[in-house]
Design a binder for this molecule. Sequence first.
Ligand SMILES: [Zn+2]
Length: 261
Amino acid sequence: MGQDRRLRVRDAEPTASVSPTSTVAVTKSPIPAATSPGEAPPPAPAPARAPAGTTPQAPKITIKPVAASIAKPVAATGPAGSGRAVSGCGNPNGSKVLLTFDDGGPAAPAILSILDRYNIKARWFPTGQWAGSNRPFVARLLGDGQMLGNHTYSHPQMLSSLGTAELQRQVNLGYHPTNVFRFPYGASDAGSMALVTGMGYSICGWSIDTLDWSGNPAATIADIVTSQARPGSVVLMHLSFQSDVDALPGIIDNLRARALI
Ligand SMILES: [Zn+2]
């Protein structure tokens, strides 16, 4: 059902690229494993304690890093995002801003703690790899009523050059308790788009890119979000960065004062 309807969510492709038509936002270079500049630092080996102890009611769940940090391409120099309304993400309230958190990383418990404190349900896109390594935490997310989505297994650029079998494998091994999918890096092409939507997924892009992976400090992240937010905006953040943790309360206070969250 709704094949054509699903295809329309193409419009929701991220604006993190240069033009609305360039769904292949990042094609320049293959993802360097963990070495490109501006990446999330590989999660520090933090054996048996929850990260940072930033939250009083921090869960006792240990967050396990996955092998390679999930690189963000340097290709897309996020334009001033539009903050426009984005469909395809299953935003339960189109008049509100939807926060989304991708990949996996040590900031996850602190982020959840903040969301809980404000009673906010966000959409989380852990990779299948990370979700598999952090099952207790993911179970806690579900129990908490957080929304999840499929972000592939190991976060490749989902381009047709990967081959149909590998594209399907990435989707099938992704964490997918819902039918919402987000392309890693926002990178897709006609073939991969058709494949994923043909598997029944709606595509969730974003319209506010915090560029947290680039090293933006919390104040910059907060400014990006609050200056662009409007009803239906979808904010892209990640689970790796303390800067997002630091920025979140101020962002939420701001949006809440404007009835946007
Ligand atoms: Zn990602």
